[in-house]
Design a protein around this ligand. Sequence first.
Ligand code: FAD
Length: 371
Amino acid sequence: MKQLVLAGAGHAHLHVLKALAERPWPDVEVTLVSPYSRQIYSGMLPGWMAGHYSLDQCAAVLQPLLAAAGVRFVQDSVVGVDAPRRVIQTENCGEIAYDALSLDTGAQVELSSLVSTDATLLSIRPIEDFVVGWRRQLELFKQRGVASLAVVGGGAAGVELALAARYRLNRELGESKVWVKLVVGGGLLPGHGPSIVARVTKTLARHRIELVKGYASGCLSGLELRDGMMIPVDCIIAATGVKPATWLADSGLALAPDGFIAVEDGQKSVSHKEVFAAGDIASRIDVPHAKSGVYAVRAGPVLARNLNRALTGQVPQNYQPQKRSLYLLATGPKEAIMSWGRFSASGRWAWLWKDWIDRRFMRQYDINPTS
Ligand SMILES: Cc1cc2nc3c(=O)[nH]c(=O)nc-3n(C[C@H](O)[C@H](O)[C@H](O)COP(=O)(O)OP(=O)(O)OC[C@H]3O[C@@H](n4cnc5c(N)ncnc54)[C@H](O)[C@@H]3O)c2cc1C
């Protein structure tokens, strides 16, 4: 029996599990290592914060999928890979040997500049911890009757979280009792076109979210900008840049200049032909692209095919990630902003479209649908 180890239940691995459930691979024993028994879909998280979805609607429960796929589940965290020895190390369950390894454990949030604050600091990853922290903070805000909050990070996640928080807190406390700021060090939506940046800027202003430009660090009262300006807040949501897990550095795998696993065509490690990686943990060195869920999702089918091919001695299939991707940003109420290349538009229709795409995505992994 060949051993395939899937590390992390990220977007691409959900697809691998689904492929295995549809058609098992002969002579292969598959193990999934993941710290949680469900995978919360980040695309629906702002909708959950805003109160449009229950958490169950945003989470893929792994157990039925694993049972259908015949995959062994080790509920644990990967804390190391020893590529020369072909083993992974887990936090509590020791080492697991592999013939082929696929990594889809995502990225971590860069928090180092924010930790020295007395405000409540909520990191968006791990999402499971964020969910617990946000629920607790919402209750605290409700008890106090006022809320002051800053989201740090000008990417799509930061924008969506600031708008979702504002919408939810307005509903719970009333607009005049809520202060939300979005602090962007590297600019608003870096890498996106001017049309969507202008539209998002207008939307933030319409929802009375103050856009603060500058790099912030944590201080006793909340945040402090490099020019000395203080931003006193009760809660900080960190949606700052991504960083690789520290254990990658000692893995023996070739890493890209950004510290993530260097992969080439077919999502194959450039240094180890039996190792594959997809999603935020991987950096394509031949065709660099943004770290976003769209690419993690699209890599799923090719990853499934190539893991199967690697285990049966076949050459991996080529895969070119798309050059452009559709972005649909939730803006708090049931509205969204759509962007495609240089074009952007917004409205309720964009929310309905996003809602349809997100629910359809989640339905794929619900193998015991109740409705
Ligand atoms: C609020 C928010 C909104 C976003 N909106 C968008 C959007 O609209 N469009 C878009 O394209 N992108 C969006 N993103 C970015 C997107 O979420 C990420 O790019 C995407 O989740 C990356 O997918 P992944 O499969 O690499 O990892 P993840 O989705 O992070 O999954 C990683 C998995 O690995 C597990 N794991 C983590 N560490 C370990 C470990 N040590 N051992 C084992 N398992 C581990 C985790 O529990 C999880 O199951 C958003 C992100 C956030 C937070």
